[in-house]
Design a protein around this ligand. Structure first.
Ligand code: IMP
Length: 435
């Protein structure tokens, strides 16, 4: 197996690090682009010639000719959202067919009861809510683990068995909804034809994507694994319970795509030059002040999926170092550096103090009680969006980038200075697509 041809892109913070853009850059030299975790909670934005594409379920490689895009078994798949996305792409002249899009038969289907349950349980939690995207992600993964109440993408292609399953699961869900939430029953007889129709449209794309990817690995065809969310939202390694419900680090690639460990290839860790978070949970470097407001406005920090304003703060290099270690990150891509232009002073968190003592090692469970130790940097005022070489950056920006790489312990290979495909600085990378 030729492992070196593959690459994995993962977010090292709480998502929204700008993965769409780097996936787009790498997709151009890949044969396959594969989503392996999450679902329509993701929002990957790619800007091509000033045209913005916001992708939720369809891999970003769809915007490139000759790329086969796979939705892997680890994804929770919402057929209504996917078909809406496919139709929107078709109407904008982007080709989408079984020739360039396949969906794993083993991915799980997000059903109407999952979305309803997501919203109802958040309402029930009140002030203690997780702040989910309400896309039914958690309840769908819960049913995956529960098995007897799950529906998989492969089921969509078998209308009679699907109808039977929907009726069976809806009956159970309706009992739970009425007793636990006092909610109205869902009408299984309306859901059945809706999902049979989804199955009819999607059937030509449904297959064993893992098998095809293992063949590709054997042949040495380049695969790009497109991560969703960010490692601090990982169900095992993030700020639990304020996390999503899947394995979003590079450790999730083999399981969520059906490839052997080692197939991840070069791992690129995406880091925003500052930090943002949507939803509840600890965020030690958060700036609930005019610094945070300024980052939000300059960075247009409003959710791609939900439109919610994102919480904003300084870069937390202590947490990102942990995320990079966990994912075996080889190279860093630093995104949205241009958003920092105009600040007199910049800060980066280098460690935590808990109970008056410096933590020796990063501890995700300590984040809620952590006080940050910061290193300060002088800011810069000149516009950097036209910079295309590292040396074009003002010295203060160069110093910031170098120090961030040192603090995280990985080389910064790629710097994004604006939303468009061309607004990048490629510093030093082993990846062809980034050169
Ligand atoms: P869920 O994934 O919808 O269950 O949401 C759980 C948590 O993950 C919430 O805090 C969401 O805001 C967050 N989240 C899920 N997906 C994304 C993403 O793609 N970007 C940023 N945050 C996300």
């Amino acid at each position: 197996m030729n492992r070196s041809a593959n690459a994995t892109v993962v977010g090292l913070q709480w998502g929204d690090e700008g993965k769409g853009k780097i996936v787009d850059a790498l997709a151009g030299v890949s044969r396959y682009v594969v989503r392996f975790c999450g679902g329509a909670n993701a929002g990957h934005t790619v800007t091509v010639n000033g045209q913005k594409f916001a992708m939720h379920l369809i891999p970003c490689g769809i915007l490139h000719d000759g790329v086969l895009n796979f939705v892997g078994n680890g994804v929770v798949f919402d057929p209504a959202t996917a078909l809406g996305e496919i139709d929107a792409l078709l109407s904008r002249g982007v080709a989408v067919s079984p020739d360039n899009l396949r969906i794993s038969s083993a991915a799980h289907v997000v059903m109407p009861w999952h979305k309803a349950q997501d919203s109802l349980s958040e309402q029930r939690l009140g002030g203690g809510k997780i702040g989910t995207t309400a896309r039914g992600i958690g309840p769908c993964y819960a049913d995956k683990a529960n098995r007897s109440t799950a529906i998989r993408v492969g089921d969509l292609a078998c209308p009679d068995a699907l109808a039977e399953k929907i009726r069976h699961v809806a009956e159970i869900k309706n009992k739970v909804f009425s007793s636990l939430f006092g909610a109205e029953a869902l009408d299984a007889e309306a859901i059945v034809p809706e999902f049979i129709e989804y199955g009819r449209r999607l059937a030509p794309m449904i297959c064993d994507t893992g098998h095809l990817l293992r063949l590709a690995c054997r042949k040495g065809e380049p695969i790009l694994f497109e991560g969703g969310q960010g490692i601090m939202l990982d169900v095992d390694h993030g700020t639990y319970p304020f996390v999503t419900s899947s394995a979003v680090s590079a450790c999730g690639v083999p399981q969520g795509a059906g490839v052997p460990p080692g197939a991840t290839g070069t791992v690129v860790g995406l880091v925003k030059a500052y930090t943002s978070r949507v939803g509840a949970g600890p965020f030690p470097t958060e700036q609930s002040n005019e610094i945070g407001d300024r980052l939000r406005e300059r960075g247009r920090e409003y959710g791609t999926t939900t439109g919610r304003p994102r919480r904003c703060g300084w870069l937390d290099a202590f947490a990102v170092r942990y995320a990079a270690e966990l994912s075996g990150v080889d190279e860093l891509a630093l995104a949205l550096l241009d958003v920092l232009t105009g600040f007199d002073e910049l800060k980066v968190c280098t460690g935590y103090r808990v109970g008056g003592r410096d933590l020796e090692a990063f501890d995700v469970t300590a984040m809620g009680a952590a006080e940050c130790t910061y290193e300060s940097f002088p800011g810069w005022t000149s516009d950097i969006t036209a910079c295309r070489k590292f040396d074009d950056l003002p010295p203060e920006a160069q110093q910031y980038v170098k120090r961030v790489g040192e603090l995280i312990g990985r080389p910064v290979a790629f710097i994004s200075v604006g939303p468009d495909r061309q607004q990048n600085i490629v510093h030093r990378t082993r990846l062809e697509g980034l050169k």
